[in-house]
Write a protein that binds this ligand. Sequence first.
Ligand code: VTB
Length: 323
Amino acid sequence: MAGKAGISRMLTLEVTRVTERAAILSSLLAGRGDEKAADQAAVDAMRTELNRLDVDGTIVIGEGERDEAPMLYIGEKVGTGKGPKVDIALDPLEGTTLCAKSMPNSLAVLAMAEGGSLLHAPDTYMDKIAIGGGYPEGLVDLDATPKENITALAKAKGVDVSQITACILDRPRHADLIAAVRATGARVTLITDGDIAGVINTTDPVTGIDIYLGIGGAPEGVLAAAALRCTGGQMQGRLVTSSDEQKARASKMGVKDFDKKYDMHEMASGDVIFAATGVTDGSMLEGIRYVRGGITTHTVVMRSSRGTVRWVKALHPSIEPFK
Ligand code: VTB
């Protein structure tokens, strides 16, 4: 049955299967110190599964541009071609280093949306700000100072600033940002990688994260926006293009205004399905477990048109895919 906005809800389960397979196959390489191999396993699995789906899919956020990524490159057609036209954004293994080192929070991630509804983001950086649901629209803003944002958030949450936790990628480029947030009295949780999870964490009170701030990958920004479209919350992003070469990449993707501040609704519009399966254990999801009788996966899959968030725990009796 096609939903009002045109993307079948039946695809929710199909998309789950795709991230499950990518997570299982990359988990075989978790903790073995080889990022490339772990990533490749996820890419291969994701591509194989995507090509079994009855969709006319185009990769809009993928492993890179055609000349640098042999598989799941931007513009690659996937699926049998028989179904609806869909845009696909993916990160087969978000946090390759985390997986290779068997550290928490590596995920297999995919978003599928009606054709033409995901921002074609270049492989550059993006400055991001995100908060969870239930706050007045426009409460925080990418152009406001950390102090303004944190103070407004504490007031709206009804707590002292010292009770606010900001999640930031631990990078030298964020030294001033981290200092400014700490100077407000708020707490900073630093992450080494994985800012898709960092953004999504703002939507889940158990994580203790109230706000995500800072510069990470632009593709990861679009994937996070797709997730927030489903869960509720607010996010803004702005591309960071520091060289002519990066500007040229952005232009090639159709970006006209390099300084544009994108709202999450502009990064992911229309009907969106988002799925993430844990590879290693994380703040949101359990990682892959090898148990008696098979392999367990833990996936969150959500759909924007209704705002349904499903947590899917699956037992796969064998590593072989079901034909
Ligand atoms: C983030 C993070 C990723 O890249 O987007 C980050 O979410 C940004 O790039 O997991 P730098 O590492 O250059 O700061 C990752 O760490 C890796 O894709």
